[in-house]
Design a binder for this molecule. Structure first.
Ligand code: WT7
Length: 649
């Protein structure tokens, strides 16, 4: 226990969870897949591409003649929407439910693959009538309703690229994205339901469209029935235009590298980056990973990914992966606490959800609300649980497995990014002996590792930067309109390797642990300490529900550790507790990681995708004026945090 603390030996996690025997016995993927892909990586992906139905089979798997600009399955031709919809109907599964939609107010709708085919065809015909053609861009600004998936598939069907903008973003953010992508058509709704009331969307589109000069048509879904302003000649109701179209539309085959979508990521600085994804490679990897990582059995599983379609998780694991696989899934419009804090579990029970995919921020919120809430529902249908978006603290992982998965279901911690398009590093539920808090192993066909500052691969036990060393099918192809920024951002830090921007370490078994964005790593008295590890240590204390840790400038140590914690329901905010938490971290990670200050707060600043904005907490810890707060879910949170600060510091 007297080890010298450094990045490589902080937080020893000894717990292991082997796959349930029955799941392993019938798992889609066995350990063989790793060997096969290692022996012939491109052959492996060529085989995975055969999951899709190609109008023209590709003969070339990867063209890497102009790195890092990849072309996958270059001479192949396919229609993505046909793959996600029509072919399942042709195979006799037209009556299978594709989407169980659950609206926040409690309305619901089951859409079969046959119905989806009709609606996607109608929407495709409508877009054609509005003048949208192959290669054009269409902006989508919708709530979580089936029309979001239908609109995306309709674009794919006619070879137009969609650019989905999260419905929680402002008119300003929408205008920037419409302009950058040069979208002539915007698909939106009057509004959606959020926290028990209608929340308007159309006014933001009106404002955004007024600021740019390229929007010719706005197609409006009626969801809430609220009043909307109307611009004659520009605005059209979805039910009028789409509803009146023929349900026949013959899908055309496009080249594998036909752009499928642009999705903007904000990043920490600069203007948003339009991440470009194309068709054949993207669909191959999202279909393969959805099938392998979740052990999907399309005939019997009910899959539920709780993300919004405005994020890449919704693109890849609500729309493209699940539908390419002919899965049945749940789509939920609202928030987890409307009308009550058991809403998610009620939905799992109602639809018999077997696979649940959600985010650590949601899991920690459920922990805070209490174990008794999920305990009131029948969750016995669940067989695989997934996590994505941030490192999951070991205690949150254990809580998830125990309280949601009855201490029986595997938990897959999936690491990937908007840029990677699909899951890259994750346990496999029927193969991997899981370690809480670690994404562990690159999937078959994926080459990822951890390197030091000089790009040398670290040995077991070492820490550094996560890199991807070989191209992968669903990789971003470029940043829309800015090849140079694509090169600078991802390919210049380490020659020939993709730099993900995440800190990582390899444990003694060679398993990968993600440590958060490199910008968030702290340097205390010459030691690199990861915010993730200190947060996990805090969350492992029974009184702590959530924690956010930042490094604040410190005259003697370079940086000192400042922690913001949300206490669990009953814990009292006392000086004794703060002292106890400091020594708890010290004994878990070593004295070097002991926070200098710990501040109990009621909320943490989060982006709309649920990530903690440590940058703002750093501003608070360093007594600086706050930076840009426009991407916060709730800007008032920062006032509450500042009000709690001792004035002297
Ligand atoms: C960043 C990418 C992937 C879809 C949602 C987020 C962090 C994501 C994990 C994980 C540790 C994770 C990384 C990554 N991240 N999943 N399982 N463990 N960190 O997409 O908004 O593009 O964010 O999210 O920092 O770089 P994104």
């Amino acid at each position: 226990m007297n080890e010298r603390p450094n990045l490589s030996n902080l937080l020893k996690e000894e717990r292991r969870f082997t796959p349930p025997a029955d799941l392993a016995a019938h798992a889609n993927v066995t350990a063989e897949a790793y060997k096969q892909a290692k022996a012939d990586r491109l052959g492996f992906w060529a085989e995975q591409a055969r999951r899709l139905t190609w109008a023209k089979e590709p003969t070339e798997t990867l063209d890497w003649s102009n790195p890092p600009f990849a072309k996958w399955f270059k001479d192949g031709e396919l229609n993505v929407a046909y793959n996600c919809v029509d072919r399942h109907v042709e195979a006799g599964h037209g009556d299978r439910v594709a989407i169980h939609f659950e609206g926040e107010p409690g309305d619901s709708r089951a859409i079969t693959y046959a119905q989806l085919k009709d609606e996607v065809s109608q929407a495709a015909n409508a877009l054609l009538e509005l003048g949208v053609r192959k290669g054009d861009r269409v902006a989508v600004y919708l709530p979580m309703i089936p029309e979001a998936a239908i609109a995306m598939l309709a674009c794919a069907r006619i070879g137009a690229a969609h650019s989905v903008v999260f419905g929680g973003f402002s008119a300003d953010a929408l205008a920037t994205r419409i302009q950058d992508a040069d979208a002539r058509v915007v698909i939106t709704a009057d509004g959606g339901y959020r926290r028990g009331k209608p929340s308007a969307l159309k006014p933001a589109v009106d404002e955004a469209a007024g600021r740019v000069d390229n929007v010719q048509h706005v197609l409006v879904v009626r969801r809430t029935g609220q009043d909307v302003a109307w611009t004659e000649g520009r605005d059209v109701w979805w039910h009028d235009l789409v509803g009146g179209q023929s349900t026949e539309h013959t899908p055309e085959a496009f080249e594998a590298e036909q752009p499928l979508f642009i999705l903007y990521t904000s990043g920490t600085t600069g203007k948003p980056k339009g991440i470009l994804h194309t068709s054949g490679g993207y669909l191959t990897q999202t279909a393969y990973t959805h099938w392998s990582v979740f052990d999907l059995k399309p005939e019997t599983d009910v899959f539920w990914c709780t993300a919004d379609v405005g994020w890449v998780t919704g693109h890849s694991y609500i729309v493209y992966g699940p539908l390419a696989n002919g899965a049945t899934q749940v789509m939920y419009e609202g928030t987890p606490d409307t009308p009550h804090q058991g809403r998610f579990w009620e939905i799992v029970q109602k639809y018999g959800v077997t696979i649940l995919y959600t985010a650590p921020t949601a899991i920690r919120t459920f922990m805070k609300w209490g174990d008794d809430i999920p305990a009131k529902f029948d969750l016995s249908s669940l067989r695989v649980l997934g996590s994505v978006g941030e490192p999951i603290n070991p205690e949150a992982w254990i809580w998830y497995r125990k309280n949601i998965g009855a201490d029986r279901t595997p938990v897959v911690d999936t690491w990937w990014q908007t840029e990677t398009g699909g899951i890259m590093i994750s346990p496999l539920p029927g193969v991997t002996a899981a370690k809480p808090g670690s994404a562990q192993t690159p999937l078959p066909g994926i080459a990822a590792t951890v390197v030091d500052d000089e790009a040398n691969e670290v040995s077991h036990g070492g820490g550094g930067y996560l890199v991807i060393t070989e191209p992968w099918p669903s990789m971003l192809r470029t940043i829309w309109g800015d090849d140079q920024r694509f090169l600078d951002t991802y390919w210049s830090r380490f020659e020939g390797k993709y730099f993900a921007g995440d800190g990582a370490k390899k444990d003694d078994d060679g398993d990968i642990w993600l440590l958060g964005r490199v910008d968030d790593v702290m340097l205390v008295s010459g030691h690199n300490i990861s915010t993730t590890e200190v947060e996990s240590a805090l969350v492992s204390h029974p009184s702590v529900a959530e924690a956010a840790v930042v490094g604040a400038a410190d005259e003697t140590t370079g940086q000192s550790i400042v922690a913001f914690v949300i206490l669990r329901g009953t814990a009292a905010e006392t000086e004794e507790l703060v002292a106890e938490l400091r020594s708890h971290v010290s004994s878990a990670l070593g004295p070097i990681a002991k926070p200098k200050r710990i501040l109990p707060v009621n909320e943490l600043p989060k982006t709309r995708s649920g990530k903690i904005m440590r940058r703002l907490l750093r501003d608070v810890a360093e007594n600086r004026e706050l930076g840009d707060v426009t991407t916060l879910t709730d800007a008032t949170v920062m006032n509450l945090i500042q009000a709690k600060l001792p004035q002297s510091s």
